[in-house]
Design a protein around this ligand. Structure first.
Ligand SMILES: C[S@@+](CC[C@H](N)C(=O)[O-])C[C@H]1O[C@@H](n2cnc3c(N)ncnc32)[C@H](O)[C@@H]1O
Ligand code: SF4
Length: 465
């Protein structure tokens, strides 16, 4: 099958309107609603032990849930607090959780990927950040040759002049900055005032310190955004030139996320304007030379994400697109989700539940899932489509020891409608997503999802765009 031409992208308004349904983002398959409490701490401990047989490298995730101030749009698992004294006890629990994990895991396995997310990881003091990295080094086999992907989420409002140098010294070499929008009126309406020079200064400093693959997060659909104001934000962001960009869709769900109740729904852009904003954003980024990786992600052509996609090595997990397919992902902290061998395990969502369980000397697993063979096959198929926009049933079948054309006979049949509509081309054993179908890849993946309950979709998932 010819490789995907990453530059080709086509906006088809009619298709976007027809296929813009609620759907999963496939950072996992099966998706989180399938996790159940029958998969408990003992099941997770067993999965960790079993994973030693493969000796797969490790990816470690640490969730730091605290933020100094709440952004009204925020849908992340965070605690807005001025009380920094909460960090000490939380860190203690992270250390204990690492101890519990290392009772099961062969600690000689190399840590290829490490990520601090949040919340705002730099809510921790400099001393606490040192301690967390030191404690991790003492327990796991961290690389010291700067060749792993060690990344951190940074809110440019929450760093001091010496924070980024400290992080570099601790071993981080990648970072992701939250920006969202540069327009002052939008920033005020979401309670996140962050002038351009603050973000640009941090970005510049990160580059000088040797951080690579620097990412910026933007959100479209925020209050007071118009196609004109967001075009201006995108223009300025292109001038700043991050290596990667995430452009997230704001879903207004005030019944689910309390801070969103402070956003006036009347101030949100209309669905029509939201689509215009998205279309012009994608077109501007492509024109500026960024590659559309898929879903919400863009990267410069020489970034490792673009190269991995070109070489067919891209994967997707809870951290979005990743070049580290072979790692077992061990996630620590409240609400974090691990992916170890054929299992998922999610920790208690709230810090009280999490800290309570760890304090009792138990892993904080609240729910999870052990995948069966069908889940594993479908996960691989969805991963292939969402990362590479093509699927070859004969190659896939060889890898999995199945006749994939027969296995997915129902799916190939269902995709005929997508073909008629112009989202993809079916050619014998092959599926090739068209430039117009790329934006709607979720609707194609949904055909391979064995669990989708159409009625529950709207309750569990946001719209594709
Ligand atoms: C944990 S935050 C990033 C780190 C840091 N807390 C910050 O805000 O700079 C992760 C990202 O999720 C995105 N995000 C948060 N809430 C969202 C929402 N309701 N809809 C879309 N994106 C959202 C934002 O782009 C944000 O930068
Ligand atoms: S966007 Fe970041 S800083 Fe803002 S509330 Fe959410 S996690 Fe905290």
């Amino acid at each position: 099958m010819p490789p995907v031409d990453h530059r080709r992208f086509e906006w088809n308004a009619e298709l976007v309107a027809r296929y813009n349904l609620a759907g999963p983002r496939y950072t996992s398959y099966p998706t989180a609603p399938q996790f159940h409490d029958g998969f408990d701490a003992a099941a997770y401990a067993e999965a960790l032990t079993q994973s030693n047989q493969t000796q797969a490298p490790l990816s470690l995730y640490f969730h730091i849930p605290f933020c100094a101030k709440v952004c009204f749009y925020c849908g992340c698992n965070k605690i807005a607090t001025g009380d920094t004294s909460r960090c000490g006890p939380y860190l203690e629990r992270l250390f204990q959780e690492m101890d519990l994990i290392t009772q099961q895991v062969d600690t000689q396995r190399s840590v290829e990927q490490l990520h601090w997310g949040g919340g705002t990881p730099t809510f921790l003091s400099h001393q606490q950040m040192r301690e967390l990295m030191q404690a991790t080094r003492e327990r796991f086999n961290l690389r010291d040759d700067d060749q792993g992907d060690y990344s951190i989420e940074i809110d440019p409002r929450e760093i001091e002049a010496d924070t980024l140098p400290l992080l570099r010294e601790l071993g981080f070499n990648r970072m992701s900055f939250g920006l969202q929008d540069l327009n002052p009126e939008v920033q005020k309406a979401v309670n996140r005032v962050q002038p351009r020079d603050m973000t640009e200064g941090a970005l510049q400093q990160a580059r000088e310190l040797g951080f690579r693959s620097i990412n910026l997060d933007l959100i479209y659909g925020l209050p007071h955004q118009t196609p004109e104001t967001f075009a201006d934000t995108v223009k300025q962001v292109i001038e700043m030139g991050p290596d990667r960009l995430s452009v997230f869709n704001y879903a207004h769900l005030p019944e689910r996320f309390k801070p969103q109740r402070r956003i006036n729904a009347d101030d949100l852009p209309s669905p029509k304007n939201k689509l215009i904003i998205l279309q012009q954003t994608i077109e501007s980024l492509l024109q500026a030379g960024y590659v559309y990786i898929g879903m919400d992600h863009f990267a410069k052509p020489d970034d490792s994400l673009s190269i991995a996609q070109q070489e067919g090595r891209l994967h997707r997990n809870f951290q979005g697109y990743t070049t580290h397919s072979d790692c077992d992902l061990i996630a620590m902290g409240a609400s974090s989700i691990s992916q170890v061998g054929p299992t998922y395990a999610q920790n208690h969502h709230d810090t009280e539940g999490y800290e309570g369980r760890i304090a009792q000397g138990q892993l904080a697993t609240l729910r999870g899932l052990r995948l069966n063979q069908d889940d594993l096959i479908r996960r691989a198929a969805i991963n292939q489509l969402i990362c590479h926009f093509s699927f070859d049933a004969s190659t896939f079948g060889q890898t999995w020891g199945i006749n994939a054309r027969e296995y997915f006979a129902k799916e190939f049949q269902a995709l005929k409608q997508h073909e008629q509509d112009g989202l993809l081309q079916l050619n014998g054993d092959q599926i090739q997503v068209t430039p117009a179908g790329r934006l709607l890849i979720r609707s194609i993946c949904m055909v391979f999802d064995a669990y989708l309950d159409q009625e529950g979709l709207g309750r569990s998932f946001s719209r594709i765009i």
